[in-house]
Design a binder for this molecule. Structure first.
Ligand SMILES: [Zn+2]
Length: 604
């Protein structure tokens, strides 16, 4: 991506046409009649399964876009859609503006004890950029916030930053509270117009899990499984902290800090020690090797003059299977803050389609550190996992055999199964029989024992984080979009948040009133009554991954066979078959929770 003023202007000019065009398709009576005709039993018989799925998905999309509504209802529906898009935009802007405004200037270096050098440099540079010499600027950027809470020894500073971050856009003229109420009301009204009781019911129309009850049940069961382990871990953490002279209660702004100290004491492996083993070139070599040994594909780079790219750092690769070119991808690896947004993402440039005859072309974007002088780009463990994760998304597009673009690759896949293939790839990063990590200077291998430590490190206090970051917030999301009466004058969304928090006493985000005002996923993004999808996808991924563990990672022949089956089912069928059917084709049975529970150390 190369963001520029010209591009922004062009986008601004064309965006309304795109919205209008999409709306026109989704609300076209003629198209709806045509699709309804295709949905007749006698016609369906002559269609393939992917074609039938494409018909069903399109009909669902059209109904959810208000097709079939008449007169006043239709006018009101379109009015609600327009209002929602403005409110969601406002929500995000308030959040962004608040984060931009907020910073703490630190003059006294001793207050930053514990903060890693690389972060100090970044904060000093930010301070200079706003004219503050010999100072450090602490901001709410995730790249600062997360490591800062983990490492800064100054407890008061941690508390200040935690409270600011978790209550972004909850006060003054950037307050999102009223916007949340209005969004909830409009979404309820919209759901009723569509013939559903709540927005959670609407959300379920395009999910694998099937019903609101099934989501609630999932949250309750996992919460009960997590709870004793999380409480045990907290007691252990408190004992550990008290041995280091910290006698106070562990508050939310202490959790990450003491967890990190505890993890260091238990495992003694730091990110900085690992980086030299994860040079970007080696990460790509290992990733492509995994793709070859599991899915039988060969990946070859195409040099620049042959292919046009938007930045000299962008690389282009062709993917071959049994000698045939089946797909290509751009790999935009490095961070370029001035023209490229943060994070990592994948999108298809070209979908596989029998209409165009095209092979899929995918764009994979990451924000890895740039090489400095003679030192190559060295990744953290988490960045390596991100690389494997995004490649998993790309694989689903690249290896699809479905030629109906509506359901090829990730298209048409139910939202809660979208992260299946991507999360499936992550655990391979620490499998010594699958990947070999060598030091970029000495060529020395990362010891198998360290790989084992890395696997265990991932489990460290993982149930506490699962409880806090996924289950609790997932439960709040469902409660607000299903049980809460948005038109009530007696209870507020904050009351709902507090009520759910009573079921999760180990969590206590509640200490910071106003958390909802920055919870953009469920109010201004695509996670409405869908936050549980992170957990649901992970259950599928880990269950599938366990199939490989069962045959033994060093059993090359079995692993290759399983890999082929994974490629022929999960990666090939994409949206052309219901995700649970796809899963069953791979695993030979329905998904189970065991692998998930084991991963989080919850199987007794
Ligand atoms: Zn993903």
């Amino acid at each position: 991506m190369a963001n520029s003023n010209d591009l922004r202007e062009a986008y601004k000019k064309t965006a309304p046409f795109e919205v209008e065009f999409t709306q026109r398709i989704l609300q076209s009576e003629a198209l709806y009649d045509a699709y309804s005709f295709l949905a007749k039993d006698e016609i369906r018989e002559g269609l393939t399964e992917p074609q039938n799925r494409a018909v069903d998905i399109t009909l669902k999309d059209m109904k959810l876009a208000g097709l079939g509504l008449k007169g006043e209802d239709k006018i009101r529906f379109n009015d609600i859609e327009a209002k929602l898009s403005i409110l969601e935009d406002q929500f995000q802007n308030n959040l962004l503006d608040f984060s931009k405004q907020y910073s703490i200037v630190i003059k006294d270096r001793s207050r930053l004890d514990g903060v890693p050098g690389i972060l100090l440099d970044e904060m000093a540079a930010s301070a200079l950029a706003v004219g503050e010499k010999d100072s450090w600027l602490v901001t709410l950027a995730l790249s600062i916030y997360v490591p800062f809470l983990r490492h800064c020894k100054d407890r008061a500073l941690r508390e200040e930053l935690f409270r600011a971050f978790t209550t972004r856009a909850s006060k003054g003229d950037l307050d999102n509270s009223e916007i949340i109420k209005e969004i909830l009301k409009l979404k309820t009204e919209k759901s009723k117009l569509l013939g559903y009781n709540t927005s959670a019911e609407v959300s379920m129309v395009k999910k694998t899990i099937g019903s609101v009850d099934a989501v609630n049940d999932l949250h309750t069961r996992l919460r009960r499984a997590c709870y004793p382990a999380a409480m045990r871990d907290l007691v252990e953490l408190k004992e550990f902290a008290s041995k280091q002279g910290f006698e106070d209660e562990i508050r939310p702004w202490d959790l990450a800090f003491w967890m990190e100290r505890h993890k260091d004491a238990l495992f003694g492996v730091t990110d900085e020690e690992l980086r030299p083993y994860f040079s970007l070139e080696n990460v790509l070599i290992q990733l492509f090797k995994v793709a070859n040994s599991l899915f039988g594909i060969d990946i070859k780079e195409v040099e620049h003059p042959e292919v046009e790219v938007w930045h000299p750092d962008v690389r282009f690769f062709n993917v071959f299977r049994e000698g045939h070119l089946i797909s290509s991808f751009y790999f935009d690896l490095f961070s370029r803050p001035e023209t490229k947004r943060g994070g990592a993402w994948v999108y298809p440039v070209l979908l596989k389609s029998h209409v165009t005859g095209a092979n899929p072309v995918i764009n994979i974007n990451c924000n890895f550190p740039n090489p400095v002088d003679s030192t190559p780009s060295l990744l953290s463990l988490q960045e390596v996992q991100i690389c494997f994760h995004e490649f998993g998304h790309a694989l689903q597009h690249m290896l699809t055999t479905i030629t109906n673009a509506d359901v090829s690759g990730l298209n048409g896949v139910e939202f809660d199964a979208m992260e299946f293939a991507s999360q499936f790839m992550e655990p391979f990063v620490t499998e010594p029989s699958i990947v070999q990590w060598t030091h970029y200077k000495t060529g020395e291998s990362l010891p198998t024992a360290t790989m084992e430590k890395l696997r265990n490190m991932k489990k460290h206090m993982s149930e506490t984080l699962l409880l806090r970051d996924l289950l609790f917030l997932g439960a709040v999301d469902m409660e607000l979009h299903h049980d809460y009466d948005a038109f009530s004058s007696e209870t507020t969304p904050q009351d709902v948040f507090d009520k759910v928090a009573e079921d999760y006493p180990a969590v206590r985000f509640g200490e910071a009133k106003g958390f909802l005002c920055q919870f953009h996923h469920i109010f201004a993004d695509i996670y409405t009554a869908g936050y549980y999808s992170y957990v649901y996808s992970l259950i599928l991924s880990l269950d599938a991954h366990q199939a490989f563990q069962e045959v033994g990672m060093d059993n090359k022949q079995e692993i290759a066979m399983l890999g082929k089956r994974f490629a022929d089912t999960v990666l090939a069928l994409g949206g052309g078959k219901h995700p649970l059917e796809v899963f069953k084709l791979f695993r030979g049975r329905e998904p189970r929770h065991d692998a998930f529970l084991e991963y989080f150390g919850l199987l007794q």
